[in-house]
Design a protein around this ligand. Structure first.
Ligand code: BGC
Length: 946
């Protein structure tokens, strides 16, 4: 047995992480933990379908199993579950099956709920001690939540269920199996005795819920977002959901920064809030300041209750209002205790750089322009168990404004608007408005002034990338051998499901053409992410808790540990990077993708991402932090323009990414689909060169999101073909192309070079980034035939299914039509063969062959199945009497991708095949293109609707 690959340990760490993310908001009338042997009635159809994650790229993991809440409770054997209630649900669900939708990201985010009668509830209450009510929601890419029943609001049937259950039972725990906060006004209205956000906890999620309900794990999750009275309480709501442009007038006052400064009265549950089954006491604090550099504090945390538990301590700072205006509180640090036994204490110590309290001056009011500044005045440091309930740890004065970091104007808005800021009102502050500073410097001028240079093209001299790694030649010299055409190919990534990398993953990059591979440039592979490996050919992987759940754990160590396992799993599948963590800010609760992201707070987001990256890096793989930056809405995400001040960008939307780069040593970044201040991020020189590389020192690669546009100047229309703008900005990889060498997307690189809109040196610079990145990845030693002990050990742990996925036979459609060598197909019981097909034209195919039984008893059943990617295309069964060659066929498709996989699985040995051919029966290329164009025009879908 493998010493390193331990599925059970992986599962138990994921279970622990999901449990530590569960946030207990209310626990009255001794509702929880449940006592062993109690009689439990479970309401809500989500007991039949636990949402392990949201939908889309962040949720498409094919798992071995998903443990739901009901299954976990049942298999624990610790409770008497009300079976008559369950039977009522059973028969209703049979009539109202789960609606999975059809196609890409089309699963409804809410499933119809069973109406419950007074009678059902009364009977259940008579028969049970406690009620659990499970409410579920999913969400995903391409669309947002709505302030409507079934989305952010509860439906009438859900409310009716709560009303009835709460009036019949005394102990009711409501479990929210959601990816994102939902409206919570019903808590006051119906007064359930306990409420928990159990989030979407991945495939071990139901077990995690059991752990918390039973008290085996004491809840220690805290809210990563403020829960306010309603959607209108959030300052971003008036400027969310536009189909053209969102003016982010709330500026830096996102989440608790707004509520604590202006409207504490609107908060139902503050940021950082979360209860435990035990009590904690915070002791007297030690505090010392080394101004203007850092300060330290130590806080003893004692478990003063009667059960063991963990607590999260949060440190907040409040800077003087100064000339810029400041939020009342800003999270500066957090830490989680170890498991403290009753009576046990732990001192949590923090050394915090003062720079975390600096503000970004984008208007020059402090005397410093485009700079991080600590304004003169009094600074106060607080600590507590949520943002609202804090104690003063200490204070200090800065006599004058201190320049922390001088930057340069970058990404400033071009559109004038007024932004929120506090203005004094008596002892307090009220909302005021000020004009936002506008762009004064052109990105194009900066680019022209800083154009790179390169050696002239010298043709193939026989140097390979290995010669660079060995120090024989420099990277510049090596790349001078590549033609312009090779360089253009190199900046195009390939996918989805490129046959050049692990089957079914999202992208391939680097040596994507024969000519590039001649130079010894390997092909790296990346897969979605973030909550587990997505392999569209059906290979199974482990499904992790979602980002919001993991952030709620406030546990960096646990996140690191979990992602070390994820890293090992990537290695096992020979994948170099995960497309994640997703780390955009929860600007508004309606964002459809919040589940993949961490929090409304950039420090929490950045620290979580850094921890996950450290975990991945333990095994040499890495994460592609996404989406850079300010992807806070899904509606019209390819087009919608975010209008944001430089200050809000720096302090809120870029800060988390900066931490991931500086503390997590991020090596790969994915830009967003849409524009910020008029410029698509994938072609944004300020974002990708000035800030990311020049200021933060990032030296890895940047890739676009899958099929992303770019434009040349603020206000210019975006185009999918404008890849030259991406290259100029130092977005190294345009993802994804069906055939990079043939320029299948018809991009503008050739013409841009010919017309001087792009220089060869810019291509060389990006190719350098790509090659350097490849040299850091596992694919590099693998491409040289070097296998480490880890590789060997992981290889031994592979299942038949995993092995099939690693033994792929790649064929063009023309080759497959001419005839597939039958000896490549392993017609052996329990084995599969994977054929990776690349076709220039999409449509319907037929897999035709002749088959016969060999040496089988007449009654033998000899089935084999053919899967198109992860879906069964058809099965064929011969019997032992079929000893003569027999023509059989399976219909394939239509296939909507130019790359697809056919997996042929044999349930029995005893068959022989010959004359195998894949023939196109219906050419649907034009039809499919039209569908894609139509989808792109309405922006429903990421360009890959299938
Ligand atoms: C998503 C990305 C994802 C990519 C590849 C896009 O639709 O926005 O987050 O990584 O697809 O699946």
């Amino acid at each position: 047995m493998s010493q390193i690959w331990k599925r059970g340990t992986y599962a138990s760490i994921a279970r622990q992480a999901a449990a530590e993310g569960i946030v207990l908001l209310k626990n009255d009338r001794c509702t929880l933990p449940l006592r062993d042997g109690e009689r439990v009635a479970v309401f809500g159809r989500a007991q039949f379908h636990y949402y392990k994650s949201g939908t889309g790229s962040g949720g498409s993991v094919n798992t071995d199993y998903v443990v739901g809440i009901w299954e976990a409770l049942k298999s624990s054997g610790r409770y008497t579950l009300n079976t008559s209630l369950r039977e009522t649900y059973d028969s209703w669900v049979e009539q109202h099956p789960f609606d999975a939708g059809q196609g890409w990201a089309s699963e409804p985010w809410y499933q119809e709920e069973m109406p419950v009668s007074e009678e059902i509830v009364r009977r259940a209450a008579e028969e049970s001690d406690v009620a659990l009510v499970i409410l579920g929601r999913t969400a995903g890419e391409d669309q947002d939540n709505r302030n409507e029943p079934g989305s952010f609001l509860l439906t009438e049937i859900e409310e009716d269920m709560l009303r009835k259950v709460c009036s019949s039972f005394s102990r009711i725990a409501v479990l929210l199996n959601v990816g994102n906060i939902v409206d919570m006004r019903w808590v006051q209205e119906y007064d359930p005795s306990a409420v928990l956000y159990v989030w979407q906890g991945g495939q071990e999620g139901g077990n995690a819920v059991l752990d918390v309900l039973s008290g085996d794990i004491n809840p220690s999750g805290h809210l990563p977002d403020t829960i306010a009275r309603g959607i209108d309480s959030y300052p971003s709501t008036p400027n969310f959901g536009s189909r053209t442009e969102n003016i982010q007038a709330e500026d830096i006052y996102v989440g608790y920064r707004y509520f604590e400064t202006f409207r504490p009265d609107l908060v139902l549950y503050p940021f950082g809030f979360g209860l435990s089954y035990t009590e904690f006491r915070l002791g007297s604090t030690s505090f010392s300041v080394d101004a203007p550099v850092s300060f330290s504090l130590g806080i003893p945390v004692t478990n003063s209750g009667s059960t063991a538990g963990k607590q999260v301590l949060q440190v907040y700072g409040s800077a003087p209002q100064g000339a810029l205006g400041k939020p009342a509180r800003v999270l500066l640090a957090f830490a989680k205790t170890k498991l403290l036994a009753p009576g046990e204490s732990q001192i949590l110590s923090f050394d915090i750089p003062l720079s975390l309290l600096a503000s970004y001056d984008d208007c020059g009011k402090t005397g410093f322009h485009s700079a991080w500044v600590l304004e003169a005045g009094e600074y106060r440091i607080f600590f507590g168990m949520d943002v609202r309930n804090v104690s003063l740890a200490g204070r200090f004065l800065l006599a004058e404004n201190v320049l922390v970091t001088q930057c340069e104007e970058a990404m400033a808005p071009v559109k004038a608007f007024e932004r929120l800021r506090p203005v004094p009102a008596g002892m307090d502050y009220k909302a005021g408005w000020e004009p936002v500073p506008l762009r004064t410097v052109s990105q194009e001028d900066k680019r022209i002034q800083n154009l790179p240079t390169c050696l002239p093209y010298i043709g193939d001299q026989g140097w390979k990338l290995k010669d660079v790694a060995d120090g024989t030649v420099g990277m510049g010299t090596f790349l001078s051998q590549l033609s312009d055409r090779d360089l253009c190919t190199m900046v195009r990534g390939e996918g989805m499901c490129s046959p050049k990398v692990t089957p079914g993953i999202a992208g391939a990059f680097g040596g994507v053409s024969d000519s590039l591979r001649e130079f010894g440039i390997p092909v790296g592979g990346c897969s979605d992410g973030p909550s587990g490996i997505r392999m569209d050919c059906g290979t199974h992987a482990f499904s992790l808790p979602n980002g919001t759940c993991l952030a709620s754990s406030f546990n960096e160590e646990l996140n690191e540990e979990l992602f070390a396992w994820e890293g090992l799993e990537l290695r096992r599948h020979r994948i170099d990077c995960l497309l994640g963590p997703g780390m955009n800010i929860h600007r508004n609760p309606l964002n459809g993708r919040n589940f993949e992201y961490f929090s409304e707070d950039p420090l929490l987001s950045g620290r979580m991402a850094a921890a996950q990256l450290r975990g991945l890096h333990r095994y040499g793989v890495t994460g592609v932090i996404k989406h850079f930056c300010a992807n806070t809405q899904e509606t019209l995400r390819h087009h919608m323009n975010s209008v944001i001040s430089e200050r809000a960008l720096r302090e809120i939307y870029l800060r988390g990414f900066e931490l991931a780069v500086l503390e997590g040593h991020a090596r790969a970044v994915m830009s967003t689909y849409g524009p910020v201040n008029g410029l698509w991020t994938s072609g944004n020189y300020d974002l990708l060169t000035v800030i990311l590389r020049n200021e933060w020192g990032f030296d890895g690669v940047v890739m676009t999101d899958w099929w992303a546009m770019a434009n040349d100047w603020a206000g210019a229309p975006g185009s999918y073909q404008n890849v030259s703008a991406q290259v100029r900005a130092q977005n190294d990889l345009n993802m994804v192309n069906a055939d990079a060498g043939a320029n299948s997307n018809g991009d503008d690189l050739d013409s841009a070079l010919a017309e001087g809109r792009l220089t060869r040196a810019e291509l060389v610079r990006n190719a350098t980034n790509i090659c350097r990145f490849l040299l850091t990845l596992p694919v590099w030693p693998h491409s040289l035939g070097l296998e480490s002990d880890l590789d060997r050990e992981l290889a031994e742990s592979l299942s038949q299914e995993d092995l099939a996925a690693q033994n792929v036979v790649s064929l063009t459609a023309a080759e497959a039509a001419a005839g597939i060598d039958a000896s490549l197909i392993r017609a052996v019981r329990g084995e599969s063969t994977m054929l990776a097909i690349t076709t220039p034209r999409r449509g319907k195919f037929s897999l035709e062959m002749e088959a016969r039984a060999v040496n089988q008893p007449p009654m033998a059943q000899l089935p084999f199945s053919v899967f198109l990617n992860r879906d069964l295309a058809g099965s064929v069964t011969l019997t032992g009497t079929d000893t003569d060659w027999k023509s059989v066929s399976v219909i394939i498709g239509p296939t909507y991708h130019t790359n697809f996989f056919l997996k042929i699985f044999f349930a029995q040995s005893g068959l022989e095949l010959r004359n195998i051919r894949l023939v196109m029966t219906e050419d649907k290329e034009e039809e499919i293109r039209d569908i894609l164009e139509a989808i792109r025009a309405t922006d429903r879908g990421n360009g890959d609707p299938f």
